[in-house]
Ligand binder design. Sequence first.
Ligand code: C5P
Length: 228
Amino acid sequence: MRAKNVITLDGGAHTGKSTAAQRLAARLNWDWVSTGAFYRGLARVADAAGISPDNEAALVDLIRSKEFRVVLTPEATRFEYQGRDLTGEIFTPRVGDLTPRISRLAGVRAGLLQAQRDLIKGRQGLIVEGRDCGTVVFPDAVLKFWFIVADEAAGARWAKSHNTTVAEAVEHIRERNRRDVERATAQMKPASDAITIDTSDLNSEGVVSLLMQKCHEARLLAARPLGE
Ligand code: C5P
C-alpha cells in the first residue's frame, strides 16, 4: 500500500532539491521538509557541546534527550534546540563538514528515523527531501524523484554564489557527495522505483513544472488542472 500523501526527492548536494521541494509543496498546498536539517542540527549541537562526531553513543544520547525540534515552514525547515532556534547556524562550512561524519553512523540514523516518519502525522501531504527518503524513510511513498545534475552545471551555480572557480566548486561538491555515497548505512542512491530528474539545463520553474507533470502522469492530481 502506497502512502498517497508523501513524495520524496533524493539526490546529491546542489542538485536543486530544496528549492524544488519548497515550490512543489506550494503548488500542491502540502508541507515540505529538508531532512538534512536533522543531521545538520545534531552536528551543530554536538559541536557546541564538545562531542566528537565519531562518538556514536554520545550522539545517540543527545537524540534520546528529545530536546530538539524540527519545525516545518513554507520557506525553510527550522531546527530548534532547548527552545532556541539554531537554523541560522546549521549551514556554516564547519557544520557542513561535520554533518556527513555523524550521518554515516547507524545509531544516529536509527535514532532520527521515527522523528522523520512522524512528520506526516496530521498533515494533508508532505514533500520529503534528502538522501534516503525514498529508500529508507518513506519506502512506500506514492512518488519518488531522484535528482541528478552534471558536475559542471552544479559547479557553475555554486561557484557563482560562493565566489570561487568552477573547478574548485566541482571538487567541493564531489567530495561532499563521495562521503554520502560511500558510507556503510543508508547510502545515497536512487530507489528502484524513483523517477530521475536531471536539473542541469533547467531553472527552478522548469524543474517544478516537470515534477507537476510527473504528478499528473501518476494520476496523483487528477482533479487539478496542469500547472495550477
Ligand atoms: O541536504 P543537506 O545538504 O542539508 O544535507 C546535509 C548532510 O546531511 C548530507 O550531506 C548527508 O550527510 C546528511 N543527510 C543524510 N540523509 C538525509 C539528509 C541529509 O545523510 N536524508
